[in-house]
Ligand binder design. Structure first.
Ligand SMILES: C[S@@+](CC[C@H](N)C(=O)[O-])C[C@H]1O[C@@H](n2cnc3c(N)ncnc32)[C@H](O)[C@@H]1O
Length: 187
């Protein structure tokens, strides 16, 4: 059922999804392994889709109440609301993170996890999303980003602008397609 929703969304907007299958549990574990289980502030997930990274965040010890999921697709939002009833789930564009967080009364997120297909998003839009993400992230927090290419898809110019540190987290071939993970830690 979940995959049927994914496939329908993929056929409608292939570039918005960027992958023909949801992420594997192996990739999801790599995405969240740097996050401490005692993180008790809000954690933002961008582009949760059918919830692969969301489940990994819960396995990592993050409480469902502390999760804020921002997803553009209404079909995925409906599914996510049934799977994670205690999380805050917002149907919106990731470009609007500042407005979304201020509407929710959230000053800063402890961590940001992004499954957005940043490489398939236009340069300007990508820069806006990454800038907005850094603005709403606490110092010492990270933006972790998946990439299907062997390069970090958070622009270097944005990383330098926010004096962040780029860290390579690894690659997993146990995913279709194989995926690379980088994170940018805010100083
Ligand atoms: C590659 S899928 C990743 C889904 C899930 N995180 C996973 O790994 O299985 C990308 C997700 O980002 C969402 N998305 C794409 N552009 C977006 C945007 N500008 N704002 C919010 N969500 C977006 C898509 O609808 C899709 O759910």
């Amino acid at each position: 059922m979940t995959y049927k929703i994914w496939l329908q969304a993929y056929l409608k907007h292939p570039l918005r999804l960027g992958a023909i299958f949801p992420s594997s549990a192996a990739l999801a574990s790599l995405m969240v392994k740097h996050i401490n289980s005692d993180t008790n502030g809000p954690v933002l997930e961008l582009g949760p889709g059918t919830g692969s990274f969301t489940r990994a965040l819960l396995r990592q010890g993050i409480s469902e109440q502390n999760l804020v999921l921002v997803e553009q697709s209404q079909e995925f939002v409906k599914l996510l609301k049934s799977l994670f009833p205690k999380a805050t789930i917002v149907c919106n564009d990731a470009r609007n993170i500042s407005r979304i967080s201020s509407d929710l009364g959230i000053k800063k997120f402890d961590e940001i996890v992004s499954g957005l297909p940043l490489n398939a998003i236009r340069d300007e839009q990508r820069r806006i999303i990454c800038n907005e993400s850094f603005k709403t992230l606490k110092p010492r927090g990270s933006i972790v980003q998946v990439s299907y290419l062997p390069r970090c898809s958070i622009p270097n110019s944005v990383i330098s602008k926010h004096s962040a540190k780029k860290i390579y987290c690894g690659v997993t071939i146990a995913n279709i397609p194989p995926a690379f993970v980088w994170r940018a830690e805010k100083c």
